[in-house]
Design a protein around this ligand. Structure first.
Ligand code: C2E
Ligand code: CA
Ligand code: CA
Ligand code: CA
Length: 279
C-alpha cells in the first residue's frame, strides 16, 4: 500500500543517515587517535606446517576509542583508506611491528618473520620504500624479517610502477605476499604479472572446507600451482584438525588460524613465543 511504501522510504533514509553519521563520527575520532595512543597491534602466530614451529606472526591493527569502544578493522580501515589517514596509521603499524620483532629476535629465537598489511594508498606513497629501509636500519633487522601483505586493490594501476616497487622491495630481501588469494577476480592474472614470494589462501576456502568438495580440491591445486612457481603458501583461517591434516598431506608450507591461536596482544604473544607450544 501507499502507507507501507512511505514507511519503507522513511526507514531507508533514516538507515542511511545512521550510516553516514557513524562514518563521520569514526572519521572525526580517528584524527589524533595515533597521538592519543588509541591504536595497538595484535599478533597472530604463523605456524610451519611440517614442524609446528612458530616462524613469525601477522600484525593486526586494533583501535580502542574512549567513547566508541573497540572498533573493528573491517569497519575503520576502509574509512582510513578513503580519508588518507591510513598512511600515517600504516607507518605506526610498521614502526610498532618492526620494533617488537627486533626484541623478539634478540630475546627468544633465530629467524622470525613479521607480516604487515599494506593498503593501496600506502603502497602508492613515494616515501614507503625509504621509510621501510630506515626502520629496518633503526631496529637492526634484515629485510627477510619482514613480509608485506597486499590485496588485489594494490595491483590496480600502472603495471610499470608496481613492478618497480616490487623490485625495490624485494631487493631488500623483504617478501611480498598476495593476501586473500582466490577471493577476488584476478588473482591468477596478478600471479602471472608480478613476482610474489608468498600466497595466502583466502580464509573463505577454509570456511567451505567441510561443507564443500570444491574447496579442498581448490586448496590442493593452489598449493601445487604456487610451488610450481616457486611461491610459498600460507593457509589462513585454519580452525579444525581436519583442515590442518589436509594441509599437511598436501604440502602447504604455513598455516594461521584459531586452531593455533587468535591474534594476541603484545605481551601474550611474547609468552606464547616463549612456550612455543605447537611443536
Ligand atoms: P586479513 O589481512 O585477511 O587478516 C586476517 C583476519 O582473519 C584477521 O581479522 C584475523 O583476526 C582473522 N582470523 C585469523 N584467524 C582466523 C580464523 O581461524 N577464523 C576466522 N574466521 N578469522 C580468523 P581482523 O584482525 O579483524 O582484520 C581484518 C582485516 O583488516 C584484515 O584482514 C586486513 O585486511 C585489515 N587489517 C588489519 N590490520 C591492518 C593493518 O595494519 N593495515 C591494513 N592496511 N589493513 C589491516
Ligand atoms: Ca593479511
Ligand atoms: Ca587475508
Ligand atoms: Ca620449537
Amino acid at each position: 500500500s501507499k502507507n507501507q511504501g512511505r514507511n519503507a522510504y522513511h526507514f531507508f533514509t533514516e538507515g542511511m543517515n545512521a550510516g553516514v553519521k557513524r562514518r563521520l563520527m569514526l572519521e572525526e575520532k580517528m584524527h589524533g587517535a595515533i597521538s592519543r595512543d588509541e591504536f595497538s597491534l595484535h599478533y597472530q602466530p604463523v605456524i610451519e606446517v611440517n614442524t609446528g614451529n612458530i616462524i613469525g606472526a601477522e600484525a593486526l591493527l586494533r583501535w580502542k576509542n574512549p567513547s566508541l569502544g573497540q572498533v573493528s578493522p573491517e569497519e575503520f580501515i576502509p574509512i582510513a583508506e578513503q580519508t588518507g589517514l591510513i598512511v600515517p596509521i600504516g607507518y605506526y603499524v610498521l614502526n610498532e611491528a618492526l620494533k617488537a620483532t627486533s626484541t623478539w629476535i634478540v630475546k627468544y629465537r633465530g629467524p622470525f618473520n613479521i607480516a604487515v598489511n599494506l593498503s593501496p594508498l600506502q603502497f602508492k606513497d613515494p616515501k614507503l620504500i625509504n621509510t621501510v629501509k630506515r626502520l629496518l636500519d633503526q631496529y637492526n633487522l634484515s629485510g627477510n624479517s619482514l613480509s608485506l601483505e597486499i590485496t588485489e586493490g594494490v595491483l590496480l594501476g600502472s603495471k610499470h610502477y608496481i613492478r618497480q616497487a616490487f623490485a625495490d622491495i624485494q631487493s631488500m630481501g623483504i617478501k611480498i605476499s598476495m593476501d586473500d588469494f582466490g577471493k577476488g577476480y584476478s588473482s591468477l592474472n596478478y600471479l602471472r604479472q608480478h613476482t610474489f614470494n608468498t600466497l595466502k589462501i583466502d580464509r573463505s576456502f577454509m570456511q567451505d572446507f567441510e561443507r564443500d568438495k570444491t574447496a579442498p580440491a581448490l586448496i590442493n591445486a593452489t598449493i601445487a600451482m604456487a610451488h610450481a612457481l616457486d611461491v610459498e603458501v600460507i593457509a589462513e583461517g585454519v580452525e579444525t584438525q581436519a583442515q590442518i591434516d589436509y594441509l599437511t598431506e598436501n604440502s602447504c608450507d604455513y598455516a594461521q588460524g584459531y586452531l593455533f591461536s587468535k591474534p594476541l596482544p603484545h605481551a601474550e604473544f611474547e609468552q606464547l613465543l616463549c612456550l612455543d607450544e605447537f611443536s
